[in-house]
Ligand binder design. Structure first.
Ligand SMILES: NC(=O)c1ccc[n+]([C@@H]2O[C@H](COP(=O)([O-])OP(=O)(O)OC[C@H]3O[C@@H](n4cnc5c(N)ncnc54)[C@H](OP(=O)(O)O)[C@@H]3O)[C@@H](O)[C@H]2O)c1
Length: 333
């Protein structure tokens, strides 16, 4: 079969679409003929060698949707022909609060989704929402799940509350916007330019601030009236700009470190507001089911920026690196 393959960590330019052995499902696994996969930042970090527990060579990708085409021994609850979307994690473990030490994602160290076939435990299958194309469904898993858990499980967002979403052009952030609007929250955003803020307003945000404007911190309170939940994948430049505009009892959920790893916290900003700062990592299988049920109920559509055929998967990765602006980059197979 063909797959997006990485032999040595020589940067995103070193990936290639090539022939690899077609997998056969082990006991308890199913084989899925992938119809579409989507890209995330980790598919840029892995070729740069910036990913824990690297095992090379590798096939890349953790997001995928397709059709079950072969069952391993002992599999129940799935049949050949099922249209599915894949839970992107493996070995979450028994606790809802935190993943086990063995937790990982498809596509490192194990095989990835940007391939004609992948074998996964049957528990990783969820029905593809019927109103979605394979491309739309493939754009859901990692960013949708990360966003859902940050906003709903960790952030405990309630209808009528005010949420601030940082860096609205990103995959996690755009899902957060869609979820929060459908949940009945008042949604405000920051973005890198006026165009992404306009896009967000079209999706239901009330207003936004350009984070490249030097004084945006002064505008957060007048714009929002006070924030109950923040989801932030870039706290290094952003945290200090909104923390004085949070309401008592606010939940600030950090899910990424785009634009820098360190940020300064003023203790009084947190304890005098009884605020909570939380970290959030992907999501468990229950979050995945809850999120898909919500997506199905509200018929939430994925924002796809561009699709590429598998033969151009390397170009898709370079597009994510150099040109990506708003929504997901998808590879069709
Ligand atoms: N916790 C987890 O399990 C988990 C899972 C998936 C991803 N992540 C992390 O989450 C982050 C975003 O992932 P993604 O897939 O959504 O990425 P993405 O689609 O490429 O988006 C990049 C994000 O960074 C924002 N950004 C860049 N520079 C910024 C700045 N100076 N100030 C504020 N925001 C800035 C962008 O905002 P604009 O578009 O407005 O520029 C955008 O939201 C990454 O760090 C990724 O590693 C974490």
């Amino acid at each position: 079969m063909k797959a997006l393959y990485l032999e040595t960590a020589g940067g995103p330019e070193s990936v290639a679409v090539r022939e690899v052995e077609t997998p056969t499902p082990k006991a308890g696994e199913v084989r899925v003929a992938i119809k579409a996969a989507s890209l995330n930042h980790r598919e840029l970090w892995i070729p740069r060698g910036q990913y824990p527990g690297m095992v090379l060579p590798a096939t890349l990708g953790c997001d995928g949707a397709g059709v079950v085409d072969m069952l391993g021994d002992g599999v129940t609850g799935a049949k050949v022909g099922d249209e599915v979307v894949l839970y992107p994690g493996l070995n979450w473990g028994p606790s809802r609060r935190t993943p086990s030490k063995e937790f990982g994602l498809l596509g490192m160290p194990g095989p990835g989704t940007i391939a004609e076939y992948i074998c996964v435990p049957v528990e990783n299958l969820a029905p593809k929402p019927s109103f979605m194309s394979f491309e739309e469904a493939a754009a859901v898993p990692l960013t949708g799940l990360t966003s859902w858990r940050s906003l709903m499980y960790k952030g405990e967002l309630q209808p009528g509350e005010t949420v601030l979403i940082i860096g609205i052009g990103g995959g996690v952030a755009t899902w957060g916007l869609a979820f929060a609007v459908a949940h009945g929250a008042n949604v405000y955003v920051t973005g890198e330019n006026d165009q992404v803020i306009e896009n967000a307003i079209k999706m239901g945000a009330k207003a936004g601030l350009n984070f490249n404007e030097p004084d945006w911190r002064k505008k957060v309170m007048p714009m929002t009236g006070g924030v109950d939940v923040v989801i932030d994948g870039a706290p290094s430049p952003s945290f200090a700009n909104y923390v004085r505009s949070i309401n008592p009892g606010a939940r600030i959920v950090i899910y990424g470190s785009t634009a820098g790893n360190e940020f300064k916290v003023n203790a009084t900003d947190i304890f005098l507001r009884s605020a909570t700062v939380l970290g959030s990592q992907v999501g468990d299988p229950q979050d995945f089911r809850d999120m898909l049920a919500f997506v199905d109920k509200h018929k939430i559509k994925t924002v796809i920026e561009r699709t590429f055929p598998l033969a151009e998967a390397k170009e898709a990765l370079l597009y994510l690196q150099d040109k990506h602006q708003f929504g997901k980059v998808v590879v069709t197979i």
